[in-house]
Design a protein around this ligand. Structure first.
Ligand code: NAD
Ligand code: GLY
Length: 368
């Protein structure tokens, strides 16, 4: 089954996954427009899952827009923060679903950033063995990455996103207007995941980001619309070929092996996910250069762009042994061997192992 919103969207990107295909609607004013939600199948109940920051800003408007589609629109408001992306918070969603008597046709609406989106998706995958859900991402990071592609998860103290499921939403609605209230630090975090798509897949997009980084930081509507659309197109293209990360999809984890080590090593929430990915990309570029896969000029160019986006390019001093220990828990590791997404020539990426000695060299260089 596939659901596409009516024509309120400025752009629509389609993700082709057979009977799990869906549309990503991108535009302004989508949250309030009844047409946005028209294609969703009829059900008695919807549950909006949000958090203490986003719910006061947008939940009422979404609830009103959904009121014509459902007899009851419930809400559950989770504590805000990466540190809450765990079992106890997830259980609040199940508590709400059961307390409200929600059946297996109930539709969950994830209203928030990647943390709310990942947890709501996982809750939807589990509740009564699977109920429909819709992503309504309100951070730049969630609009360009986490809401698309069906990765859902919670963290474990020993590793990031370690408990989860592949479970696709039925619709993604990116209302660009919601980005107006996003703190500047969160905007920069989202830029990390946008920049990611350039070196791994699309050098023209990398050129475009370089030319438009100031417009993106200034939240110019046209620039944001293009960045969200192109990012979603690239992600949809990758996920459409490799939904469950048998191979190609791993390239979307460029910067994430180092980045996840930063996040869990410092304690979740100290660095934002996008900040850790930004710095992780610098580390992965350095490793790629040391392996002779990419030239220093390209490494310097992408590193400069990451810095211009307001992201850290030097890492925290966790110690090389601790980094290595944390990275061995990464989902891409096989039999304890760490595998990195490396830039394999300009605009191409591949998954490779690297000698520990080189990784130590990179860490010494990037964590001065
Ligand atoms: P987040 O969900 O923590 O949101 C960042 C902050 O912004 C939060 O405090 C949130 O309450 C606030 N916020 C959200 N929307 C707002 C708005 N419109 N106005 C004001 N404040 C707003 O963080 P994130 O960067 O969106 O997502 C990071 C998470 O996404 C991580 O857990 C990461 O693992 C996950 N992720 C998942 C995927 C995937 O494919 N599933 C991909 C990338 C990242
Ligand atoms: N963010 C990485 C992925 O969706 O595969």
């Amino acid at each position: 089954m596939s659901f596409a919103p009516a024509s309120t969207a400025l752009h629509q990107v389609r993700i082709d996954l057979g009977d799990r295909s869906y549309a990503i609607a991108i535009g302004s004013g989508l949250l309030d427009a009844p047409a946005t939600w028209q294609a969703m199948p009829a059900a008695q109940t919807a549950l909006i899952v949000s958090n203490t920051t986003v719910a006061p800003l947008y939940a009422q408007r979404l609830a009103q827009a959904l009121a014509s589609r459902y007899r009851q629109v419930h809400q559950v408001v989770l504590p805000d923060g990466e540190v809450h992306k765990e079992w106890q918070t997830l259980n609040l969603v199940f508590d709400a679903l059961l307390a409200k008597g929600c059946d297996r046709k109930t539709v969950l609406y994830a209203l928030g950033g990647g943390v709310v989106g990942d947890m709501t998706g996982f809750a939807a995958a589990c509740y009564m063995r699977g109920v429909p859900f819709v992503q309504v991402p309100t951070t730049l990071l969630a609009q360009v990455d986490s809401s698309v592609g069906g990765k859902t998860a919670i963290n474990h103290p020993l590793g990031k996103n370690m408990v989860g499921a592949f479970y696709q939403p039925q619709l993604v609605v990116c209302d660009l207007d919601t980005l107006a209230t996003l703190p500047a630090r969160e905007l920069s975090a989202g830029l990390a995941e946008i920049i990611k798509y350039g070196p791994i897949a699309d050098l023209d997009f990398l050129d475009w980001i370089e030319a438009n980084i100031d417009a993106l930081l200034a939240r110019k509507a046209g620039a944001l619309a293009h960045a969200v659309r192109r990012s979603c197109e690239i992600k949809a293209w990758v996920v459409g070929q490799d939904e469950r990360e048998a191979g190609l999809r791993a390239i979307l984890n460029f910067g994430h092996t180092f980045g996840h080590a930063i996040e869990s090593g410092l304690g979740y929430g100290q660095w934002l996910h996008g900040e850790a990915v930004g710095c992780g990309m610098v580390m992965a570029l350095q490793l790629s250069q040391r392996l002779g896969l990419v030239d220093p000029a390209f490494v310097a160019r992408v590193t400069a762009l990451i810095a211009r986006a307001g992201l850290p390019i030097t890492g925290p001093k966790l110690g090389a042994e601790r980094y290595l220990e944390l990275m061995r828990v990464d989902k891409k590791a096989e039999a304890g061997e760490i595998r990195f997404v490396l830039i394999d020539g300009r605009g191409k990426a591949s998954l490779r192992a690297a000698p520990d000695a080189l990784v130590r060299e990179v860490l010494a260089h990037c964590c001065p």
